[in-house]
Write a protein that binds this ligand. Structure first.
Ligand code: PSU
Ligand code: MN
Length: 301
């Protein structure tokens, strides 16, 4: 049922480095037409680092690992393309529809295909107002039982970051800062919260992955939290103001469920004159390059 592109299949079989990329960020996380450019640019960045990109999505009911340019264009431009978490995958397949995959769905399909390293922007997590809405991204539960290494700039700052870190602890998901002892804040280099572990090279990350395979029977993930460079972060004062605004607008409009994250991200882009987009892109670019280097160290391990 899973369609793995020829290039990705050949790389997996030859144990050459592959990096999985999600498609929700393209379809629902970035404004058009910039989104297609970014999708192509991220694939390029993976190649420049000597790895093979495997962007993941569902097209006409077929989950695909590795998209060609035309398929990437569909993800970026198709009107009404759905957002699919992992629970949606069987429903989308049976209905024959197309959808972009979130972190949870992408991680599930990547693991199924045998891709071990995955890069994204920021993970989903526990939303503010959780006590009322019970809104916690399915990303967390899936990462608790999927053997994959996710390189991200922490969790999205629109979330309740300390609550999300606590959930990751409870769920038994390993978290390490990359070159930092601070948990990154997506648009910001530092979320204001510490991490217990710091990794400083792709080889060190690969060592942890090997140890996971030897010791962890739960098949949980490894989160490598890689901060956006400080000179490219969003101005923290602007971030705080616009985010407060965005959260107010969310409540006023009564937006819930899957629409919450895209609404907040879009609000930040529009009310920071694109500065949040620049920070988001800087973070994703850094993550994609690091993921390629980790995948390389992993295939050599
Ligand atoms: N990171 C980004 N932009 C995004 C997302 C992550 O830089 O749009 C997406 C991811 O696909 C993540 C999803 O899995 O947002 C979380 O959505 P929700 O909160 O509805 O689970
Ligand atoms: Mn949610």
């Amino acid at each position: 049922m899973l369609l793995v592109s020829e290039e990705v299949r050949a790389a997996i079989d030859a144990r050459r480095p592959v990096v999985a990329l999600e498609s929700t960020i393209i379809a629902h996380g970035l404004p058009r037409p910039r989104n297609l450019q970014v999708a192509l640019e991220l694939e390029d960045a993976v190649r420049q680092e000597g790895a093979v990109p495997a962007t993941i999505a569902v097209l006409d009911g077929r989950p695909r690992v590795g998209l060609d340019k035309e398929q990437l264009e569909r993800v970026a431009n198709e009107e009404g393309i759905r957002k699919l978490g992992h629970r949606d995958l069987p429903l989308a397949v049976a209905a024959g529809v197309s959808g972009a995959t979130t972190v949870s769905a992408t991680a599930q399909l990547a693991a199924l295909a045998g891709v071990r390293v995955f890069a994204t922007g920021g993970l989903g997590g526990v939303h503010r107002e959780w006590t009322v809405t019970q809104d916690e991204s399915a990303d967390l539960g899936l990462l608790a039982r999927t053997r994959i290494t996710v390189v991200c700039a922490g969790v999205k700052s629109i979330l309740d970051v300390p609550a999300t870190l606590q959930r990751l602890e409870t769920l038994g998901v390993a978290v390490a800062g990359y070159g930092t002892d601070r948990f990154p804040g997506f648009y910001l280099s530092d979320s204001g919260h510490p991490v217990d572990w710091t990794l400083r090279s792709p080889v060190q990350v690969a060592d942890v992955m090997r140890a996971q395979d030897a010791l962890d029977a739960a098949d949980s993930a490894l989160i490598v939290a890689n901060p956006v460079p400080q000179e490219q972060q969003l101005d923290p004062g602007l971030h705080a103001r616009v985010l407060a605004d965005a959260l107010r607008a969310l409540e006023e409009r009564g937006i819930t469920g899957q629409a919450v994250t895209p609404f907040l991200l879009d609000h930040l882009v529009r009310h920071t004159d694109g500065a949040s987009l620049d920070a988001n892109l800087a973070a994703v670019r850094g993550n994609v390059r690091l993921a390629a280097r980790i995948a390389t160290a992993w295939t050599r391990a």
